[in-house]
Structure formats: structure tokens, C-alpha cells
Design a protein around this ligand. Structure first.
Ligand SMILES: Cc1cc2nc3c(=O)[nH]c(=O)nc-3n(C[C@H](O)[C@H](O)[C@H](O)COP(=O)(O)O)c2cc1C
Length: 176
């Protein structure tokens, strides 16, 4: 089947090296909007999407997340990406992880469709359950009951699209 959306869904790969220049607001907004149109439990539109482009805050988040893994501060989990997107959702909601993950998945695919590079970065839950994370929520005037579900490093890819790993055997079972 020859379809542009199907092609994007298959070709998107995680990008782990970024150019320092910032993406345009038009590109960012196109990506963010797709997150708001993801399927969500009970039509709740529960996720909250935060896009961070303030260089000081981007650095602070990179350090905060990196130090969870390596307290020396030598680990930079966001790979120098100039934009970080977080997806949060109320922890007492029906399906915060599923809702947030689908929003993030839409946005990852959208970045590729928009000619950008992105990678899901772990530890959003740890970040927003920490003291510093709670302070950040307060600074952003967001409620304390939001849990971190996903984060995305976003920018212009530096270099080639990584090769696609072959799909494992028996990934799909088709019962007719
Ligand atoms: C829940 C989740 C957590 C991930 N965490 C990280 C991460 O912390 N750092 C990273 O470089 N990639 C992370 N990734 C990206 C995966 O490593 C990547 O999607 C996988 O290797 C498949 O490669 P592809 O995205 O290029 O198809 C994460 C992906 C998911 C879905």
C-alpha cells in the first residue's frame, strides 16, 4: 500500500544527535498539535504537554535527569537537543500512562513527518516525582498530581537517519 502516513510510521527512527539551532515555532506547533489529537481514555484529553525551549531550563532538566543515572553529571540524556517535550497526566486518572504514551507516540511520528529528529527519553516519572520536579510544576502553574509519562528530545537531526533494525520473527500473529 502506497501511503505517506504509513511510510512515516515505518521510517521514523530515534535520533540521538542534534544540531544546536532551535526549530521554528511552526514546526514545534505542528508536532505538539498531533499530540492533542491522540486517542485518549473516555475522551478525557487528560495529558498535559509541555514544550521547553528556554536554554537554561533545558540544561537544568538534562542535568536533573542525567544525575539520576550518574551523580557526577557526566551523562547528558537529552543529547544536546534544543527542545524538550514532556507529556504528563493526572496520576489518579483512568489511564495516564496509556493516554500520555499515545500522545508522545503521535508526536514522535510527527517529528519525522515534519523533517525533525526526536527520541523518547526515559525518567519523566522520576523527574516529576522528585522535589525539583514538583517545584518545576509549581513554577509552570501546573497541579501537583501530574505524573511524568514521557519526554522527547527534539531538534534538527545531526547526521543520517539510523538504520532500521530488522523486525523480530513472529512479531505478528494473524488469526483468520
Ligand atoms: C519507553 C521508552 C523509553 C525510552 N528511553 C530512551 C532513553 O532514555 N534514551 C534513548 O536514547 N532512547 C530511549 N528510547 C528509544 C528507544 O531506545 C528506541 O525507540 C528503540 O531503540 C527503537 O529504535 P527506533 O526508535 O529508532 O525505532 C525509549 C523508548 C521508549 C518507548
Amino acid at each position: 500500500m502506497n501511503n505517506g502516513v504509513l511510510k512515516v510510521l515505518k521510517e521514523r527512527r530515534s535520533i540521538r544527535s542534534f544540531k544546536p539551532e532551535q526549530i521554528t515555532d511552526e514546526e514545534l506547533n505542528a508536532v505538539l498539535e498531533t499530540g492533542t489529537y491522540a486517542a485518549n481514555s473516555n475522551g478525557s484529553q487528560a495529558p498535559v504537554i509541555i514544550a521547553i525551549q528556554n536554554p537554561k531550563l533545558v540544561k537544568q532538566i538534562d542535568e536533573m535527569s542525567g544525575k539520576i543515572v550518574d551523580p557526577t553529571g557526566a551523562f547528558h540524556p537529552y543529547y544536546g537537543a534544543p527542545t524538550i517535550i514532556f507529556v504528563l497526566a493526572p496520576e489518579d486518572g483512568v489511564a495516564p500512562v496509556e493516554d500520555g504514551s499515545l500522545a508522545a507516540g503521535n508526536m514522535l511520528n510527527a517529528t519525522y513527518a515534519a523533517g525533525l529528529g526526536s527520541c523518547w527519553i526515559h525518567r519523566s516519572k522520576d523527574i516529576f516525582s522528585s522535589e525539583k520536579g514538583k517545584v518545576l510544576l509549581k513554577q509552570l502553574s501546573l497541579p501537583e498530581n501530574l505524573m511524568g509519562v514521557a519526554s522527547i528530545a527534539l531538534g534538527y537531526a545531526n547526521g543520517e537517519l539510523p538504520k532500521t533494525a530488522p523486525r523480530k520473527e513472529n512479531y505478528i500473529l494473524h488469526v483468520k
